[in-house]
Structure formats: C-alpha cells, structure tokens
Design a protein around this ligand. Sequence first.
Ligand code: DCP
Ligand code: CA
Ligand code: CA
Length: 353
Amino acid sequence: MKKRIILHFDMDYFFAQIEERENPHFKGKPIVVGADPKGGRGRGVVSTANYEARKFGIKSGMPISKAFKLCPKAIFLPVNMELYQKVSEKIMEIAKKYSPIFGQISLDEAYLDLSFLFHDRRKKEIVWEKAKKLGEKLKKEIFEKERLICTVGIGPNKLVAKIATNQAKPNGLLVITPQKVKSFLAPLDIEEIPGIGPKTAKRLKSLGIRTISQLRKLSKEKLKKMFGKVGERFFEAARGIDREPVLVKEIVKSVGKQITFEKDTRDPKIIFAEFEKIIKAVFQELKEGNFYCKGIVVLCRYFDFETHSKSKTFKKKTKNFKLIKREAEKFLLKFLLKSKKPLRLIGLRLKVS
Ligand code: DCP
Ligand code: CA
Ligand code: CA
C-alpha cells in the first residue's frame, strides 16, 4: 500500500465550548449541556460537559440526575442543536480547503488525507514537518474565524491519527510518524482502539491484557476465535495497521427527536399521543430543511434502560407524511407487543437527503 499521511481533528468539548463562546461570563465555570436536571429529578442524559465540569466526574451519556448530584452548582444548559449545526458547517467549510480528500464523520470531527505532500519529492521528514505545519494552520484558522479550540492528530492512517487526537486533548497537536507508531501505541489502554468497548475490554482483561503491547501477544487466530472477523482487525490495530481510506462521501443527514416520559409508562394512549407529537415535530423539520425522507429509525428505551431500535429504508425517497407516520407507528407497536416492560423513552429519526 502507498504511504499516506492522514490528519484527524476533533473539536474539544464541542457543545459546551460553543455555549462558552456565546456566553463569555460562563467561562471558568462548570457547564453541562443536556436534558433539564429538574433539581435532580430530571430523566434525560448529559450531552457533554466542559473540562471544569468533567473534574467532578461528569461525562457524556450519564443520567442528568447523576450529573446534578455530582455538581449541583454547575450551569445546566439545554441542547441548542440548530446553533451547533451551523457552527459545525462553518468549521467543515474551513477544514475542507486543506485537502480534496475530506471525510466528515460527525458534527465535530473529520479526516483529511494529506498524502499529496509526498508528491513534492523531498526528504520524508520534511513531508511530516509540512503536515504538522498544516495542522497548526488549521487549528489557527478555526480559532481565528470561530473562536473555538480543537485537537489535531496526524499519522500514517486513520487509526493512528484518531488515537493521536485522543491522546493530545484538549487543544493539542500530535504527529506520529511511521517509525514511532509501535512505541506510541504500546503503553496505551486497549480501549483506545476503536471498536474495543467495555465488553470486549472485559474479556481481554480477564486474560490479563490491558495495554496494546500486551494485546500484541495474542495471535491472529486466537483473536479471530474470540471475536470473529473484528478480531483480525484488533490484531492489525495493535500493530498500528489500518487500510481504511478517507471516504469523501457525505455523512448521513438526519432529523429526529426523542422524549423521555415524566414517568415510565405502558399506557398506549399516552405513548401514541407523545409519539404523534414527535412525528409532527420531525416532519416539520423535514419540511423546513426541504428534505426527502429516505428511511426511518424508531428508538425505544424500557424503564431499565434496555434500548432497542428498528429501522427501514424506503424503496423510494418520500415526503408523504401519512406513509412515514404509518411505518413509524408500526415499529412502535412492535416494541409495545414485544415486551411488557414500561417505556422510559421513545424517539424517531428520519434519514434525509
Ligand atoms: N454528544 C452527545 N451525546 C454523547 C456524546 C456526544 O450529545 N453521548 C455530542 C456532544 C458533544 C459532541 O457530540 O459535544 C461531540 O462529541 P465528542 O465525543 O467529540 O465529545 P466532546 O466534543 O464533547 O468532548 P471531547 O473534547 O472529549 O471531544
Ligand atoms: Ca469532540
Ligand atoms: Ca467527536
């Protein structure tokens, strides 16, 4: 495979940082963006928190009631998605100019393939030095135009670039040249490898494997036996190998809404009435964005946090409210029939174009 240079960047504490920018008097104080904590009785979750709030142990995805317990004096703000989306678009417009091979993977992060730097036939070291300069320039431009900080990771592939970003957070820039890949990865926790979540990590840790260098002791066959096809990817990732190209394809756009019931419920009247409100709100967004709907995802969380989703892609993209509503309600009904457990949350997302 041809030698590559990949840059990855990710905005630091994205939603909370935008709120800090919009409200300078919040700076230096703990900020939590997410559901309404309702004095500790709120039932939603934390979207993100700034570093001051993280010092109290507050994290993305945590119940908002727990965040409130950890730091009641934090500033709790609702999610202003419209604003974050606008800011995201501006940032991506800036980043895109740095390479024709640009792949956005979420609101606040993207990869850039900088391999064109190799075309300039000078020494290899100079190429990596130039990549670093581009990374610095990107950070500077985002800060000057948007007043927001981010972290940049640069490496010979997406895997190493992304891990470099995570290691350099916040407001950092880390370049891992091919010669340094193995020693860079060696001491890191296995969970730094994308795809190794808490469950996989637990199985590996039961074998005494905590770091990436320890992971290298397992053969490809053993990993394949344990985890199937992804096991092979873990084997390669432990050695810093990753062949995934930067995909220029646009990220799937979607519009959606979810609600957490005030009280867990099985009452179909309440459930379908709330769902109808969700459908209407989401359909309104579809209209405002002048989008077509390509498919739907219905989400349901039972009282014990067990979460399921059902999705469907339409044969033809549509704007037909009745059709979308019927399909969405069918899925919701299936969830109600599948289990007798009360529901905590329901949601609907439309894939659009
Ligand atoms: N987000 C969310 N719910 C989650 C995780 C993230 O709503 N469970 C939102 C809020 C984040 C944004 O997505 O600001 C980007 O997610 P990141 O994982 O990149 O986290 P942050 O940007 O907040 O922090 P970091 O500085 O660690 O990247
Ligand atoms: Ca981020
Ligand atoms: Ca991110």
